[in-house]
Design a protein around this ligand. Structure first.
Ligand SMILES: Cc1cc2nc3c(=O)[nH]c(=O)nc-3n(C[C@H](O)[C@H](O)[C@H](O)COP(=O)(O)O)c2cc1C
Length: 589
């Protein structure tokens, strides 16, 4: 938040209609052929924000830097999606190190001439990395003698102690969660994205949060852990628990916007909260636990990231306030521990031979994930591989959270994003426009909202339970490039796509704070597709720059019912040989 008082958001929210503000923000930050969303128009390099936050004066606890072959060993990538394939690891300093490595760590350094920059396991728009990660964990012999709130520092792969928690405070906080559970939190230094992208930046920060949620959920899965967003929590509560509302610790430093908090626990402990046949997990924290945060002993002051104060954009301040979740919802979800499907993917191709050429481990795929800078314009991907990639983003809902595969089991809301695809080079599939209806219950409204001339035929060989439809046959390469801000990566790939959100209805049903969730969902989809591409021997890139309404026109969407929020592209990539790659922490990690 740019407001330096904790009361700011609530007070501002009363002054205008938050829903109207969010809708206006979205409309005004659209790119179009004739006009890009407002930004400075030049890069103020001297004022570029530091991508690494530190809390000066807070004790730094280095995490063990694990090699790929060190325990805890990484399961095969495929096993992330196979029932019962991964045993739960205990929560220790080693497994926490692995969890953070696979979620947010540096995965490589790149160098061009004298310039060097870090890449991470989670991607970020413009590689600006607004997302900061926090842990609220119990005392652990390998970490510290008391429960604490820690800030993760990717550059050092270390934890900074932000606050010491009395034992009773931590116990109160974890009330209702399985034994050995801990909390992971994300915040955004929005200024890191605003610095480059101006008014559209808030959207990119939300995408990045979604990618971080996806990378953390998948990291947890490699360890046999579960993860669930505590989505009932109010943003004030998040701010207080993560310490980002402590104005006194951010005196001259750029503020962090609280985004989300998730509970993580070893899956085999799920049954331990059982009272009878099912487990109820709260999506909020006990009020007493939240009040208790005043008893934490705080450490450190946030570092200043830029030379000058953040450039202020009125509409960004407004949308931050309007999408603020101002009250806690006391929601619970049922986790049925009797059914093995709870923890795993109902994988349509589980019995088929592996489609991944070199049978990579999950760790290999996670570490080598990179954005393609260019595609070769010729690589075909197999139709089986294509169907599997799309199957991975299917949440397979029975409106029942416990039946969803990872990472979709981490998002406690009904999926609201579908894929509109530009297929260019998929073996034996006709090039053209396709749609993947991620929630088949939404087929009718989608069909009604799209061009009536569309064919809606199931492509040959498409698995019965994959709701993929050919809409219009034809060469869509130029079209895809044009609507993706003329970026060749959208047309030279095997396929690109727009993520189409049930926009207006979601905001009306849940409230304007759900705006951010829609972007988070797209980020998780992107994260899954990034890893799928790596596993299949191709590569992907997220695309935040696209012409919003021209995309809508291609598919026939009118009004605000459906909106494209994020684009994505996958194919055979071309390496940039001018760049040198260096290991993440001075050795091959
Ligand atoms: C939300 C989001 C939007 C992005 N938009 C674009 C884009 O429009 N064009 C592009 O070439 N790359 C885009 N990227 C890729 C980033 O530039 C890339 O993630 C970043 O440079 C870090 O590199 P890495 O993904 O290899 O770690 C986007 C990435 C994200 C997460």
């Amino acid at each position: 938040m740019n407001h330096r008082t904790k009361e700011g958001p609530a007070r501002y929210a009363e002054a205008f209609d938050p829903l109207e503000v969010v809708m206006r923000y979205h409309q005004e930050t659209k790119h179009d052929f004739s006009r890009y969303a407002r930004a400075l128009g030049y890069m103020d390099w001297a004022n570029q924000p530091d991508p690494f936050r530190r809390y000066e004066g807070s004790p730094l606890l280095p995490l063990p830097r694990l090699k790929p072959d060190d325990a805890p060993f990484s399961p095969r990538y495929e096993d992330l999606y196979h029932p019962g394939a991964i045993a739960s690891a205990p929560v220790t300093v080693l497994t926490l190190s692995r969890f953070l490595e696979y979620s947010l760590a540096i995965s490589a350094w790149k160098q061009a001439g004298e310039v060097r920059w870090a890449l991470r396991t989670n991607p970020s728009s413009g590689n600006l990395h607004p997302t900061e990660g926090y842990l609220l964990i119990d005392k652990d012999p390998g970490v510290s003698p008391f429960p604490g709130l820690y800030h993760y520092t990717p550059k050092e792969h270390a934890l900074e102690l932000r606050a010491e928690l009395p034992m009773e405070s931590f116990a109160l906080l974890m009330q209702g969660f399985p034994p050995d559970a801990f909390l992971v939190g994300f915040t955004s230094v929005n200024w890191r994205e605003t610095w480059k992208y101006g008014e559209r930046a808030f959207r990119y920060c939300q995408h990045d949060v979604g990618h971080a949620i996806g990378s953390a959920r998948i990291a947890a899965r490699t360890l046999g852990w579960r993860m669930l967003l505590l989505d009932g929590l109010a943003d004030d509560t998040l701010g207080a628990l993560l310490g980002v509302d402590r104005i006194q610790d951010f005196n001259h430093a750029e503020l962090e916007h609280p985004d989300c908090l998730a509970v993580v626990w070893p899956a085999d402990r799920t049954a331990a909260v059982s009272a009878g046949d099912t487990n109820s997990l709260p999506l909020f924290l006990a009020t007493d636990a939240v009040r208790d945060s005043t008893r934490y002993i705080w450490h450190g002051k946030a570092n200043r990231l830029s030379r000058d104060d953040p450039v202020q954009w009125e509409i960004l301040n407004q949308v931050e306030v309007a999408s603020w979740k101002s009250s806690t919802e006391q929601r619970v979800v049922e986790l049925d521990h009797d059914r093995p499907s709870m923890e795993t993917l109902i994988n349509p191709s589980a019995d088929a031979p592996s489609i991944y050429p070199d049978q990579p481990s999950a760790g290999q795929v996670i570490r080598r994930r990179r954005s393609a800078l260019a595609f070769d314009g010729k690589t075909l991907i197999s139709v089986g591989g294509f169907f599997t990639m799309l199957a991975r983003v299917m949440p397979r809902i029975d409106r029942d959270l416990c039946k969803r595969p990872a990472p979709w089991d981490a998002l406690p809301w009904e999926p609201a994003v579908h894929l509109a695809l530009f297929v260019h080079r998929v073996e034996s599939l006709a090039p053209g426009l396709y749609v993947l209806v991620r929630d088949p219950a939404k087929m009718a409204p989608l069909r009604l909202a799209m061009h009536q001339r569309f064919a809606w035929t199931s492509p040959p060989g498409c698995p019965e339970d994959l709701p993929l439809f050919l809409l219009h046959e034809g060469d869509a390469r130029q079209l895809a490039t044009q609507v993706s801000c003329h970026q060749d990566i959208a047309g030279d790939s095997a396929f690109s796509l727009g993520m189409i959100a049930e926009f207006e209805s979601s905001l009306l049903r849940h409230g304007p704070w759900f705006y951010r969730r829609l972007f988070w969902e797209t980020g998780v989809i992107g994260q899954v597709l990034y890893l799928e591409a790596e596993a299949a021997g191709v590569r992907a890139t997220g695309i935040g720059c696209f012409f919003d309404d021209p995309v809508h026109q291609v598919f026939g969407f009118n009004g605000a019912m459906f909106q494209s929020l994020y684009h994505f592209t996958t194919g055979g990539h071309v390496e940039d040989r001018r760049l040198t790659t260096l290991p993440p922490y001075g050795h091959d990690h």
